[in-house]
Design a protein around this ligand. Structure first.
Ligand SMILES: Cc1ncc(COP(=O)(O)O)c(C=O)c1O
Length: 459
C-alpha cells in the first residue's frame, strides 16, 4: 500500500488518541514500519532513535525475539481463555503468582485489565465495592494530585489532574478532588526536600479534613508524575504520603503504570522507599508494549473485605472479556524474565548515571531551565527566561516546532504542551545511544533557537 493512500485513509477514518482532530488531518500521520532495539524505522526507511520507548512502555526495547516466540507459541496452543465462570489459563495464573512475588509484600491479589486506564477504573470500582461491602458506604470521596495522570476512562480521567482530560467530558465528578503536586522547580518553597514533603502532607491532611475524615475513600498518586511533566518528588515523599494515608485511615493507591518495571531503577518505584500500598495499578512495562495488558494489585485486607462482605452470594460484577488474556500473560512472563535473568533491569540501572549527566549538561543551553530525572525517567523544562522561569507564549507552539525538528534530526522524545521534554528510553539504551541522543538534541534546540520568533521570545 502506498504511503499516500495510507495517509489519506488515516485522515478519513482513524481517530488518534489525545489529538486535535483537525490539526491531525492537516499534519497527517507519520507511519512507523519496523523497529529494533531503540531504533524506529518509518515507511520511507528513515531511522530515528526512540528516547521515549514508544509511549514509556517498550522497556525491553523493540525486536526481542523471545517475546515474539512465546506469543506465537501461546497463540498456537491456546489463543484465548476466558477468566469468567472460573476458567483460567496457565500463563495468567503464573503471571499473577510472579507479580505477587516481585511486588511490595502488601500486594497479594491481581486483577488483569487491558491497559492502565481500565486498571485505574478497576481500582476505583473495587474500592467503592470494598467500602460498601464492609459497612462504610459514606466513604465515596477520592483525592489525587493536580497534574497527575490516571488514564482517560470515563471515571479514571476525573482523577487525572490535567484540564484537557476534563474539558467537555463533564469531569471531574463531584466526588473527585485534587491537591497541589510536588513541583520542585516551580514551588516558591524552592527545592528543600523536607519542605516539599511537609507541604504535600499538609495539603492531603487539609483536604481530608475538609471533606470529612469518614467520607474519604482513597488517595491516588504516581510516584513520579509522568504525563503531567515528569515531576520528580524528593526521596521520602511517597513514604510520607503512605504514612499520612495510614494515619488518616484512607486507602493508599500507587499508580505505577509508568514508573513500574525498572523505569526509575528498581522494579517498582515503591521498592526504593519500602512503600507497601493498599492497591497498585500497572500496565506499559508489564508487557513492554508487545501486547495489551494492565493490572490492579490489592492487599489481602481489601480483597477479603470484598470477598467476605459481599452480600447474599452475589457476584462481584467487574470483568472484561480479555481480562487475564493468555497471550498477553505469556508475553508478560517473558518480559519479566528479560528484566531479571535477561539483565535489563541491571543494565538500565548501570546507564542511568550517564543519562543523568547528559541531562545536567543540557542546563547550559539558553533554552533549558530545569533538568530532572530518576533512573531512566527524565525531563528538561524549556523556559523563555531562566531567571524568572517564565514560560513561552503558548501561541508560539514551541513544542510542535521542536518535535518536527527533532524528527528531522532523527530523534523521538515527548514534547509536552508546556514545553517540558520527557525522556523514557528503553532499559537496553546504551551509553553510545545517549551520546547520539543528546548530540542531536543540542543541534535541535540550537535550530529551534535560531527561528526568529523563538529567538525574540528568549530573555
Ligand atoms: C500513570 C498512568 N496511569 C494510567 C495510564 C493509562 O494507561 P493506558 O494509556 O494504558 O490506558 C497512564 C498512561 O500513560 C499513566 O501514565
Amino acid at each position: 500500500m502506498s504511503c499516500n493512500t495510507l495517509s489519506a485513509w488515516d485522515r478519513q477514518h482513524l481517530i488518534h488518541p489525545v489529538t486535535n482532530f483537525r490539526a491531525h488531518e492537516n499534519q497527517g500521520v507519520r507511519i512507523l514500519e519496523s523497529a529494533k532495539g531503540s531504533w524506529l524505522k518509518d515507511i520511507h526507511g528513515k531511522e530515528v532513535l526512540d528516547a521515549f520507548a514508544g509511549l514509556w512502555c517498550v522497556n525491553v526495547g523493540y525486536g526481542q525475539q523471545s517475546v515474539a516466540d512465546v506469543a506465537a507459541e501461546q497463540m498456537r496452543r491456546l489463543p484465548y481463555a476466558t477468566g469468567y465462570f472460573s476458567f483460567g489459563s496457565e500463563p495468567a495464573i503464573e503471571l499473577a503468582r510472579r507479580l505477587v512475588e516481585v511486588s511490595p509484600a502488601s500486594l497479594q491479589h491481581v486483577y488483569f485489565s487491558l491497559g492502565g486506564s481500565d486498571a485505574v477504573d478497576a481500582a476505583i470500582r473495587y474500592i467503592t465495592h470494598y467500602y460498601n461491602s464492609t459497612g462504610q458506604p459514606s466513604r465515596k470521596q477520592f483525592i489525587a494530585l493536580e497534574r497527575g495522570y490516571h488514564g482517560s476512562s470515563s471515571t479514571g480521567a476525573g482523577l487525572t489532574g490535567l484540564p484537557v482530560f476534563h474539558q467537555n467530558f463533564d469531569l471531574p465528578r463531584p466526588n473527585q478532588h485534587h491537591i497541589p503536586c510536588p513541583y520542585a522547580y516551580r514551588n516558591p518553597l524552592g527545592d528543600d526536600p523536607a519542605a516539599l514533603i511537609a507541604e504535600s502532607v499538609s495539603h492531603l491532611r487539609a483536604k481530608v479534613v475538609e471533606l470529612g475524615v469518614d467520607k474519604v475513600a482513597a488517595f491516588f498518586c504516581e510516584p513520579i508524575i509522568g504525563s503531567g511533566g515528569v515531576l520528580v518528588p524528593p526521596v521520602g515523599w511517597l513514604k510520607a504520603m503512605q504514612d499520612t494515608c495510614r494515619d488518616l485511615g484512607i486507602l493508599f493507591v500507587v499508580d505505577e503504570v509508568i514508573t513500574g518495571f525498572g523505569r526509575t531503577g528498581p522494579l517498582f518505584a515503591c521498592d526504593a522507599e519500602g512503600v507497601e500500598p493498599d492497591l497498585m495499578t500497572l500496565a506499559k512495562g508489564l508487557t513492554a508494549g508487545y501486547a495489551p495488558m494492565g493490572a490492579v494489585m490489592m492487599s489481602t485486607a481489601v480483597y477479603a473485605g470484598i470477598a467476605d462482605g459481599n452480600a447474599n452470594d452475589s457476584l462481584v460484577g467487574h470483568g472484561q472479556t480479555y481480562s487475564a488474556h493468555p497471550v498477553s500473560a505469556a508475553v508478560g512472563l517473558e518480559v519479566l524474565r528479560l528484566y531479571h535473568e535477561g539483565g535489563l533491569l541491571e543494565h538500565g540501572q548501570s546507564v542511568a548515571p550517564c543519562f543523568e549527566q547528559h541531562l545536567q549538561d543540557m542546563l547550559d543551553h539558553p533554552l533549558v531551565g530545569d533538568a530532572r530525572q530518576r533512573g531512566l525517567l527524565g525531563a528538561l523544562e524549556l523556559v523563555a527566561d531562566k531567571n524568572t522561569k517564565a514560560r513561552f507564549d503558548p501561541s508560539l507552539k514551541l513544542h510542535e516546532r521542536l518535535s518536527s525538528i527533532a524528527w528531522e534530526n532523527g530523534i523521538v522524545f515527548r514534547t509536552f504542551g508546556d514545553n517540558i521534554l520527557g525522556f523514557a528510553p528503553a532499559l537496553c539504551f546504551t551509553e553510545q545511544e545517549f551520546d547520539i541522543l543528546f548530540e542531536r538534541l543540542r543541534v535541535s534546540l540550537d535550530s529551534l533557537l535560531e527561528q526568529p520568533e523563538v529567538f525574540r521570545a528568549v530573555a
